[in-house]
Design a protein around this ligand. Sequence first.
Ligand code: C2E
Ligand code: CA
Ligand code: CA
Length: 513
Amino acid sequence: MGLLETTELFNRKDVPQEIKEKFQEVKRYTSHLEARLSMLSAENKRLGTAIKEQRRSKQSIEDRLSVNSKSGLLNHLKLNQDMVRILDEVKDKVSTNRFGVLIIKLDHNFDIVNKTLEPSMSEWIIYKIGDRLQGYVDKNGSVYHTRDDEFIIVYNGIKNTLRIESIADEIHKEVRKSHIFSGYHISVGCNIGISLFPEHGLKKRTLLHNADIALGYAREQRSVYQIFTEELRDQVVEKMELQNYIIKALEAQAITEINKQFELFYQPIIRVNQNKSGQTVITDIYGETLIRWNHPTKGAINPDKFIPVAEETGLIIPIGNWVLYTATKQMKQWEKDMGTPIYVSINLSPVQFANANFVSSIERTMQSRKIEPRYIRFEITESCVMEDPAESIKKIEQLRSTGVAFSIDDFGKGYSSLNYLRHFPVNTLKIDKSFVNNICSNQFDQVIVRAIFALAKELNFEVVVEGIETKEQFNYLYAQGCTLFQGYLFSKPKNPADFIEFYQTNKFSEVLG
Ligand code: C2E
Ligand code: CA
Ligand code: CA
């Protein structure tokens, strides 16, 4: 009703007062409703804005949760979400949608950068590498920064294995490009583990797990990349099985002295010389400890097979402690039985050698057994000392000051640098068996072995030649001035009782007489 009409109604005399009042009341109520309506509509507007705002901040939290703050790349949460989504999308079109999962792990150069340079530098390197990867992949897939030193790429549209191989090579080149800081060029390498959908798995977990298995192998072999294979999985399963067996064997060994699975054998190392009558005789016999493992169901397991697994898992530490415990116990027993101690050489793994407690644990064992340290010799390989030469020299010198001796085992087999030898305070070099195999016919081996003898003389090392299997090998090497020999020609590794019998029968007897 309009304003005019209202005024008109109030002026009319024929309209009863009661109606006029009712009308008045309705009018008041209507304007109240109108006011309320406009309030509600303002409230509604505000709510709409708030909801929009909330949606925006939810998105931004989700975005932040999906991003690695160091590189600005997508992170592992996003990788998981994306893989679930992609796999769901392609599940019905498996044959036409081949894609690759590449795990890229930066190599030890990155660790060095991380430990030695400012944190901002390693962050910058990560950022740059991530940026290059993103640039390389472009629209063909996605790059995720999943751990400090790890990126994962999901690469779409892989037509064949050759293609993924060239992608891996190109990614490696991108990662390796150097970074320049104040004139220095820093380059970080990487290893890449690859799995392919659908042949290496239809599920996210399987694809990532298999790429990780391939990565482990690439790192072990120091190769740029490795594509997953069934054999690699079998190897991993076998390793895990072996690891469990070692743990069980160590547990059993600790509980009971009988039914021991591990045993220590001793292989004679003989010293020869001419006696007054011109005969070549054995003047001394030492023993090298070699571990043996008789598994209750698997039978004898070769040390070459289980020692690398024990090293990888750290189980070599308890095994090494057991070897030291058993060898020193045996030495004490022989000393008691024979009235004189026997020199024993004990093999040390690089993992034991690198252990911070290594020196103190050996010192403790020698003291508690009351063993004269000069009867113990440790055999270490070149890889033991090359990892951290300064620290290794310190450890060797510390133990040598107590009287313990050191040999470099398998000399010549690895990346021997004759130059570093002068810095290592060892007593003996053991020339690797591979030089001995063809020593009578291979001139190259002859030159090398003669050079090692000359060097050893110069630097005052003794030389043991291992792996002597024939009389000809012995004769050739003896003629070159070698006096310490080890090999099947004289004796295979023996249990303690047989070793002592060999010792008693052969000491001071004519060589091969
Ligand atoms: P190694 O220290 O170089 O030991 C010499 C290996 O060559 C032994 O194999 C020995 O039986 C074998 N051998 C000795 N003479 C001859 C020969 O004339 N011909 C041939 N064909 N072989 C010969 P084994 O006992 O199987 O040990 C293999 C490796 O396992 C050892 O090589 C050593 O690296 C490791 N190992 C053995 N016991 C221990 C241990 O207690 N601790 C550690 N860390 N490693 C051990
Ligand atoms: Ca050895
Ligand atoms: Ca050796």
